[in-house]
Write a protein that binds this ligand. Structure first.
Ligand SMILES: Nc1ncnc2c1ncn2[C@@H]1O[C@H](COP(=O)(O)OP(=O)(O)OP(=O)(O)O)[C@@H](O)[C@H]1O
Length: 284
């Protein structure tokens, strides 16, 4: 579906430098702190930014040469860009019909607006943040797109609406084969629930690419004193950071340490904790 090969983009002190693939039917979560290059990557994938080096292919074609039909197969949400807020949903619908013609299913869209309590006749500027976010995602999923690129689609939503939105996204993926998603979020529990694969990015570089199941089932965080740390087998320790109690160590072989060091505190570790241990900053 998507291939990003040796992509490089430099701004002053920042350089994005990454490679990864997304297969058909795959949902990939992109996780990183603020300013590590997620939006730069997303904009490059959409052909809105010209990379300094590297190749990006979507649907088997360079993103610089996507046809109008290819572009119609992409659904996008960005946190800070949208249709004019002066428009009502009824007016936005007309734009969608003009852009995507038969691919835009107006009846189904109306039904979903109704379910999410989004009024068709009210200007979007009068919507709450949550309502605007719901509408953005609904629009991205309204024209049979095969590839969804979702930048922070659940930010600003309460837990109930977030779950509702994630359910809608899951239904969208289940409806048809070969749909793929690249989604960024600061809410790692959303990604754990939804994604097959997680990419961690820090300072413009990918620091981990891993199947979500592997991450949750085999990775772990060892919390050890300085003395325990010095006698610990280091072979399966991916990173260690100093803490008040000694060291927090990331392993991709949790069971090995559970079996061989039964007295050590070993936690499963969330995606956020894995990111914190692998990311730059703090003493290693
Ligand atoms: N047009 C630009 N000109 C100069 N520097 C830029 C430009 N766009 C982005 N940058 C820099 O590139 C780096 C990555 O920015 P980017 O917006 O891609 O990060 P991000 O991971 O999306 O952050 P956030 O989560 O806060 O949205 C930052 O240091 C930013 O200041």
């Amino acid at each position: 579906m998507l291939e990003v090969k040796d992509l490089k983009k430099k701004y002053n002190n920042f350089q994005l430098d990454c490679s990864f693939r997304i297969e058909e039917d795959q949902v990939v979560g992109l996780v990183g702190r603020n300013g590590v290059g997620k939006t730069t990557l997303f904009r490059s994938i959409l052909g809105l930014l010209r990379p300094d080096e590297g190749e990006i292919n979507l649907f088997g074609r360079s993103v610089a040469h996507l046809t109008e039909a290819d572009k119609a197969r992409i659904g996008v949400t960005f946190p800070h860009s949208f249709f004019s807020e002066q428009l009502t949903i009824a007016e936005i619908k007309q734009v969608m019909i003009a852009t995507y013609s038969a691919q835009f299913n107006a009846a189904e869209f109306d039904q979903k607006c109704n379910r999410l309590q989004l009024p068709l006749d009210k200007k979007v500027k009068n919507f709450s943040t949550g309502m605007q976010t719901k509408l953005k995602l609904l629009l991205a999923m309204s024209h049979e797109a095969d590839f969804l690129l979702l930048d922070e689609p659940t930010s600003g939503l309460d837990v109930i609406v977030r779950n509702e939105i994630l359910g809608m996204l899951q239904d969208y993926l289940d409806q048809k084969n070969n749909r793929s998603v690249l989604i960024s979020s600061h809410i790692s529990s959303d990604l754990e629930q939804l994604c097959d694969f997680i990419i961690l990015i820090d300072d413009g570089k990918i620091i981990l690419q891993e199947e979500t199941d592997n991450l949750l089932n085999h990775y772990g965080i060892l919390k050890v004193s300085e003395q325990e740390y010095s006698s610990l087998e280091q072979e399966f320790i991916l990173a260690a950071k100093k803490r008040s109690y000694g060291y927090a160590c990331l392993t991709n072989e949790r069971r090995y340490y559970q079996e061989n060091y039964p007295k050590i505190a070993i936690e499963k570790g969330s995606i956020d904790e894995v990111l914190m241990l692998l990311a730059k900053g703090e003493e290693q």
